[in-house]
Design a protein around this ligand. Structure first.
Ligand SMILES: NC(=O)c1ccc[n+]([C@@H]2O[C@H](COP(=O)([O-])OP(=O)(O)OC[C@H]3O[C@@H](n4cnc5c(N)ncnc54)[C@H](O)[C@@H]3O)[C@@H](O)[C@H]2O)c1
Length: 334
C-alpha cells in the first residue's frame, strides 16, 4: 500500500506524517512525500525526522504543478491513496496561488483520469472555508450558516488564495473527474502544535506571541465569526477517510464544528483567561479594525451538518486543550 502526500512537509502534512508514524497499521506502508521545499530550512529536519521514524519513507523535492514531471506521474500511478496539502499558505497573496493550487489540481486530475490511470482508492484535496469570505457582503440573500451549496463567484473572492481554491473545486466537480474517489475539504482554520507548525495565523500566532511577550494584531474585528479545527483532528480525519468513508466520494465537505466557530472577540477573551490563569501570561493583543488598520473583515458561520451526517468522526480537541498543549511545548514545560 502506498500513500502519497503532496505538500507533506507543511503544517498539516507534518502532522499527517506524525499520525501515520503513531499507527502500527501503516508500518508496512510506503509513505511518499512530494514537496517543493517552498519554506526552505524547515524542510530538511522534517525529512530527516520522518526518514528515521517511518520504515518505508521516501520524499521527492518537486513542484507537482509542473506538467510532464515523470517522477510525479509514476508516483501518482503507483499510489493507492493521495492527500494533497500543497499550498503557499504562509504567503498571503501571491500569483503562485494560481499555479500551485489550480495548475496543481489540474495536473493531478489529468494524471488520475488518464487512460492508463493507476490503482487509486481515495484522493483528498483541501479547499478552505475562507471561500465564504465574500458571502456576507456580496450574496445578501444567503443566510448563515453557510452550506456546501454556497459557491461564491471566484471573481469576488477576498483574495487570490480563496479564488484559486474555488476554481480548483470546480475542476474536481467537472465531468472529467466524475467517478474519481475524491473528497474535497472546505477546511476551517487549523490550530495547535505540530512538528512542522505554522505560527502566522490567528490562534497559533496569538499563543506564540503571548509566550514571547510580543503584541499580536489580529486581522478583522472582534465581531467576526470564524471556524477553527485542531491539527490532530484534521490529520486523523484525513486518515479515517482514506478507507472508511466511501460515502464521501465525489463530495465537498465543510470540516469543523459549530462549537469551534466562535465570535473572535469571545474566543480571544477565553484564551487570554486561560493564559493568565494557567500560565501567568498577560497577552497583549488588538484587532486591526479597532486600530483603524486596513484589514479583511472575514466573517462566516459555517454549516457542518453534511460532514456530521456523512462521517462518523468526533472532533476531539477544543481551543483550551489545543492552547494548553501548544504553550507547554513553546514554553518548554514538561
Ligand atoms: N492550515 C490551515 O489553517 C488551513 C485551513 C484551510 C485550508 N488549508 C489548506 O490545507 C493545505 C495545507 O495547509 P498547511 O497549513 O499545511 O500549509 P503549509 O503552507 O504549511 O504547507 C504546504 C506545503 O506545500 C508545499 N508546496 C507548496 N506548493 C507546492 C508545489 N507546487 N509542489 C509541491 N509542494 C508544494 C510547501 O513547500 C509546504 O511544505 C493547503 O492546501 C491549505 O490551503 C489550510
Amino acid at each position: 500500500m502506498q500513500i502519497l502526500i503532496i505538500g507533506g512537509f507543511g503544517y498539516i502534512g507534518s502532522q499527517l506524517l506524525e499520525s501515520i508514524a503513531a499507527h502500527e497499521k501503516y508500518r508496512n506502508c510506503n509513505i511518499v512525500v512530494v514537496d517543493n521545499w517552498s519554506y526552505g530550512r524547515g524542510m530538511a529536519p522534517l525529512q530527516a525526522l520522518f526518514e528515521s521514524r517511518l520504515p518505508h519513507f521516501h520524499s521527492y523535492c518537486l513542484d507537482f504543478s509542473e506538467p510532464g514531471d515523470a517522477t510525479f506521474r509514476d508516483l501518482v500511478k503507483s499510489s493507492d491513496f493521495i492527500i494533497n496539502v500543497a499550498s503557499l499558505t504562509q504567503v498571503p497573496s501571491t500569483n503562485l496561488h494560481e499555479k500551485y493550487i489550480i495548475d496543481g489540481v489540474r495536473v493531478l486530475t489529468e494524471l488520475l483520469t488518464a487512460e492508463n490511470a493507476g490503482k487509486l482508492r481515495k484522493v483528498i484535496d483541501i479547499s478552505s472555508t475562507s471561500i465564504y469570505g465574500p458571502v456576507r457582503t456580496r450574496m445578501p440573500d444567503v443566510t448563515p450558516p453557510y452550506s456546501e451549496q454556497v459557491y461564491p463567484d471566484p471573481a469576488v473572492a477576498l483574495h487570490n488564495y480563496a479564488a484559486s481554491k474555488l476554481v480548483a473545486e470546480k475542476i474536481w466537480q467537472s465531468d472529467r473527474c466524475q467517478g474519481l474517489p475524491f473528497t474535497v475539504f472546505r477546511l476551517s482554520t487549523v490550530f495547535g502544535y505540530a512538528v512542522g507548525m505554522r505560527y502566522n495565523q490567528f490562534i497559533n500566532q496569538f499563543l506564540v506571541d503571548a509566550a514571547a511577550g510580543r503584541r499580536t494584531i489580529l486581522p478583522g474585528s472582534p465581531d467576526n465569526i470564524r471556524p477553527f479545527v485542531h491539527i490532530r483532528d484534521t490529520a486523523d480525519l484525513m486518515l479515517h477517510l482514506l478507507e472508511q468513508a466511501p460515502q464521501t466520494n465525489g463530495e465537498i465537505l465543510n470540516i469543523g464544528a459549530a462549537r469551534l466557530n466562535p465570535r473572535l472577540g469571545d474566543l480571544f477573551e477565553r484564551l487570554s483567561a486561560l493564559l493568565s490563569n494557567e500560565f501567568g501570561l498577560k497577552p497583549d493583543y488588538a484587532f486591526a479594525a479597532d486600530l483603524g488598520q486596513p484589514t479583511l473583515e472575514e466573517s462566516y458561520q459555517v454549516d457542518f451538518s453534511k460532514f456530521e451526517k456523512l462521517v462518523s468522526f468526533p472532533l476531539r480537541h477544543d481551543f483550551e486543550s489545543g492552547a494548553r498543549e501548544l504553550l507547554t511545548r513553546v514554553l518548554g514545560r514538561a
